[in-house]
Ligand binder design. Structure first.
Ligand SMILES: Nc1ncnc2c1ncn2[C@@H]1O[C@H](COP(=O)(O)OP(=O)(O)OP(=O)(O)O)[C@@H](O)[C@H]1O
Ligand SMILES: [Mg+2]
Length: 381
């Protein structure tokens, strides 16, 4: 989008000189307060709304030069409340576009059935009507319908905002999984910054008046909000949330305090000096924390153990997960496990704190800005 403006006939400037380079085969999120021009922007991409000024190029070609029908077929569109046809079955809703472009009844329905599975809808729902589905199920139908003709571009306007937080998280995870498989170019509108951060490869924060406030990957939004508006919009816990983008793989784990429940007196003595011992079963699965002073060999299995809380998986989980694990642990130590749940070591809050500081240092020195920071209230590390 190159300096695109939309002024509605009544004079409202919905979008004001918006320039955005939307990357291929990834999710770009438009986020911002109500009325800031998100829907207008999305609709200019499939030409349901025509820009007043500026140009929109798709793969280098001006949208204005393309036939609207061809363009719309190359772009799936999902809206809030799914916008399903109430008098058509689920299967026929999904088969709408394939039918429209002449695929034939049989092939269209086969495609629809395949998509139901892909978006996590049970085949038994095929013959139902939209009103017989939950809100979350209807949204899945909306996504399936948009994907039916396999368009390269998917436009999604607050598709998950009408469902409860648990269903919403499920739909978000599902979208990320589908995107991993299909690699569509997705433009996703939301007013929920957490949804934007979770889903977006790039996030465009818009402000009232249809102007772009910042366009950046989510980690950069959290570390370097462009101004007070973006910072306010990001909300509290920005520092903690940023830790989601730092891997935990490099954390140095200690195995000294880890003992098996059937440890001998010598093995216990070898772990001497640790403030707490993490006891595991013979399969290395965690059982709980013990105080070493109170123990003799043979006591461990029977002893009263403190809960080890929720372990984290280095390499998969972020520093945020590792920190959370340590904060929730009664000993202040986080338990690391492999993907099969076997203990690989333990790590203290202090070590995690050091890893956080060095991750911040690495991220900041990777920052390409050359100007002196003007913000004097920032404390030097
Ligand atoms: N057809 C129209 N005629 C006049 N003004 C319009 C029209 N459609 C939208 N607007 C105005 O343009 C501005 C942007 O609207 P838009 O629907 O793009 O916002 P939005 O960011 O999607 O908001 P929301 O989060 O509430 O969906 C608003 O001030 C709105 O009132
Ligand atoms: Mg809108």
């Amino acid at each position: 989008m190159d300096s695109v403006t939309k002024r509605y006939p009544d004079g409202t400037v919905a979008v004001d000189r918006l320039t955005l380079d939307i990357p291929d085969r990834s999710i770009t999120v438009l986020v911002g307060p109500s009325g800031c021009g998100k829907t207008t922007t999305l609709r200019m991409i499939n030409r349901m709304v025509e820009p007043t000024e500026g140009t929109i190029l798709l793969d280098g070609e001006d949208l204005q030069r393309q036939a609207v029908t061809t363009l719309r077929r190359s772009m799936g569109y999902v809206i809030q409340n799914a916008g399903l046809f109430q008098h058509r079955t689920i299967l026929d809703n999904i088969a709408t576009v394939p039918r429209m472009i002449g695929w034939g009844k049989q092939k269209s329905r086969e495609r629809a059935a395949e998509l139901m599975a892909r978006v996590g809808l049970d085949a038994s729902l095929a013959k139902r009507y939209p009103y017989q589905l939950s809100g979350g199920q209807q949204q899945r139908v909306g996504v399936a319908r948009a994907l039916a003709a396999d368009p390269p571009v998917l436009l999604m306007d607050e598709p998950f905002s009408a469902v409860d937080p648990v269903v919403r998280k499920g739909l978000q995870d599902e979208l990320l999984r589908i995107q991993d498989e299909l690699g569509k170019t997705i433009v996703f509108v939301t007013h929920d910054i957490d949804e934007a951060i979770k889903l977006g490869t790039m996030v465009a924060v818009m402000r009232t008046g249809g102007r772009l406030a910042q366009f950046a990957p989510p980690a950069e939004l959290l570390s370097d909000p462009a101004d007070d508006f973006v910072e306010d919009f990001l909300g509290a816990d920005r520092g903690i949330r940023r830790l989601s983008f730092f891997p935990s793989a490099a954390l140095e784990l200690s195995t000294g305090p880890v003992v098996r429940a059937d440890a001998t007196a010598e093995q216990l003595a070898a772990a001497d000096g640790a403030a707490h011992l993490l006891v595991t079963d013979a399969d290395d699965r965690p059982l709980g924390w013990a105080e070493p002073g109170e123990l003799a060999a043979g006591d461990l299995a029977a002893g009263r153990l403190l809960s080890y809380g929720r372990p984290f998986v280095p390499g998969t989980d972020s520093l945020r997960a590792a920190l959370d694990c340590a904060v929730l642990s009664p000993t202040g130590w986080a338990v690391a496990v492999d993907v099969d749940g076997r203990v690989t070591g333990v790590v203290s809050q202090q070590t995690i704190g050091e890893a956080i500081r060095s991750a911040h240092g690495a991220a900041d020195s990777g920052d390409a800005r050359t100007e002196e920071p003007a913000d004097v209230t920032k404390v030097a590390p």
